[in-house]
Design a protein. Structure first.
Length: 116
């Protein structure tokens, strides 16, 4: 008994980089070499990944997208939670003259390069 696909399904496109598309195509080629199973599509792979993503996966993806702009806001809030309210001007002053170096090294999610 064969399984028929629902022809009333609507498809949309996803914007991905050319490199990502090539990686997906290579994976599909590898997966679909085996002829004793049905064809695996991009939709099936993406659906599988999206429904099986873990909290650790989400955290890792979020960490990949952090910039110093994000980290500056987070670190200032953390400082205020530990030490009390501080003006933006005073925060920048302390940052520029190096008074926050130890705090940033201890609490930043980004690597801090030291001048050695």
């Amino acid at each position: 008994m064969s399984k028929k696909e629902n022809k009333n399904v609507t498809y949309n496109s996803l914007r991905v980089k050319n490199e990502t598309k090539a990686l997906l195509q290579n994976l599909l080629t590898k997966i679909n070499k085996n002829e004793d199973c049905g064809k695996i599509t991009s939709d099936k792979i993406i659906h599988h990944l999206v429904t099986n993503v873990t909290n650790e996966d989400i955290k890792a993806l979020q960490l990949e997208s952090i910039t110093w702009e994000h980290e500056d806001r987070r670190l200032k809030k953390l400082w205020e939670k530990k030490k009390g309210k501080i003006s933006e001007s005073k925060w920048k002053e302390m940052l520029y003259i190096g008074q926050l170096a130890e705090f940033i090294n201890e609490h930043s999610r980004l690597k801090v390069r030291t001048n050695a």
